[in-house]
Design a protein around this ligand. Sequence first.
Ligand code: TXA
Ligand code: MG
Length: 342
Amino acid sequence: MNRESPDQAALKRAGEILLSGGLVAFPTETVYGLGGNALDCAASRRIYAAKGRPSDNPLIVHIADLQDLPKIAAEIPEKAMLLAEAFWPGPLTMIFPRTDRVPLETTGGLQSVAVRFPSDLIAQELIRAGGGFVAAPSANTSGRPSPTTAEHVIADLSGKIEMILDGGPVGIGLESTIIDFTETIPTILRPGYISPAMLESILGEVRIDPGLLKEDSRIRPKAPGMKYRHYAPKADMAIIEGEPEAVTAYIRQQAEKDLAEGRIPGIIASEETLPQYKKGILRSAGSRADDETIAHNLYRILREFDDAEVDTIYSESFNTPRMGQAIMNRLLKAAGHHVINV
Ligand code: TXA
Ligand code: MG
């Protein structure tokens, strides 16, 4: 379906499915979402069931009109309105105290609600056709990388949902930045395309959830979803850090050892380093000078490695200036925080 002028008949049908309690997967600018009516507790329960997701992991409510925000958020600080002006519609999710209209099934039992106003036109028109409030987690089976194409959604959820709107590959490829306004100082619970510097330019002070920075499992991230080892590929994965030459030498050596012992290695490299690898299944995530491309390719590559049934994955580290924090957050989770310093 065309992103700029979506198929109206399909959208009408999709809206009717949502209004009658069914599930529709749809593209957004970040990743594909699995949508259900956010105000219908039975629809939320169906979302958890289709994904195989633990029911204490809350859903994001998607809106397509700023006027709808006060209907679901009980207190909206002025600073949040400034962020809405700057970054909505867009890849930013904000957390507020919920109103009674939002069922606890949707918020995973929490008294707060996460809200996002996506910029994707298909997403916006679907939300309007479906009553204005669409709960949508990423449209993957729980534990798999988030889907960045309709084919990824089909691979995970075919037969479990009523409809998939195919808008082609998404733009960003990593989930939205989440910022929590129920804390005294607004706190980033999940890094994404909207970087800390972009948030600080509007808010002044911003905190980062300490649970994100530490591997220490005693410090729990505040977003329940961030504690699970999802985005996870099937293979054993490690991130290799160190001087570039030492990193490529180590990965080359490990890949040869794997092959000699009958294992298939997958390597996540960059444009700059790709020529230095010869053996194993090689993928470039993109150029280090263009980290938006790296973000865009990451989940697709992890899925390709699953399909190729690799046994091990070695990834270079991508501590790039703009999106490095978001990319490394997902990579570290995919690798279960397995980092090898060389
Ligand atoms: O880009 C995105 O945000 C995508 C697209 C589809 O919009 N959605 C998405 O949803 O990534 P999901 O369910 O895969 O991730 C939502 C994250 C989870 O980590 C969840 O724990 C957290 O948001 N979350 C939701 N509501 C919350 C709340 N009230 N308090 C704290 N964390 C919350
Ligand atoms: Mg998800």
